[in-house]
Design a protein around this ligand. Structure first.
Ligand code: ZN
Length: 155
């Protein structure tokens, strides 16, 4: 669940997916959902929608997402894990239809997503590539030099 003040998402509460086919749909366990709603109420937060992943497809609401959303105008934050770089898209699904929304990250209060540090192999690959590029550049530069002028015979 994602929650906030109704305008800004400020909190996310993970809930277990109890759907029978977890890779293609999701549903909440009613008691866990009720507990989460009580927690939001206690924290003075509004339930704004749900977030979930699409392991093999784009970050576009599926038919199951549309059917499950109802017409409450809840937000759906979908993370696509189809490619190596996760893709995030926020949607509003309501009686008036389905609309993509722009996600704006508050960099003032959130450290944001940090790129994972480079692995030893990645560092080695970058250094090796740089060294090879430098050597190639020198070899090409020397190959392009005009021949040295014939030296004048010594008197
Ligand atoms: Zn979905």
């Amino acid at each position: 669940m994602i929650a906030g003040d109704g305008k800004t998402i400020q909190s996310a509460i993970p809930l277990a997916n109890v759907a029978s086919s977890k890779r293609s749909s999701f549903s909440f366990e009613p008691n866990e959902q009720l507990g989460a709603l009580k927690r939001l109420d206690a924290e003075d937060l509004v339930w704004m929608g749900v977030y979930h992943s699409h392991p093999n497809s784009a970050a576009i609401p599926s038919i199951a997402d549309l059917e499950g959303a109802g017409d409450h105008g809840l937000l759906q934050l979908i993370v696509s894990l189809k490619s190596s770089k996760p893709e995030l898209q926020l949607w509003r699904i309501g009686a008036s239809g389905v609309a993509p929304l722009e996600l704006i990250f508050d960099t003032q209060t959130d450290a944001g997503y940090d790129e994972p540090p480079l692995s030893q192999q990645q560092r080695a690959a970058i250094v090796t590539t740089a060294v090879i590029s430098l050597i190639l550049m020198l070899v090409i530069s020397f190959a392009l030099l005009p021949p040295a002028p014939a030296s004048a015979p010594l008197p």
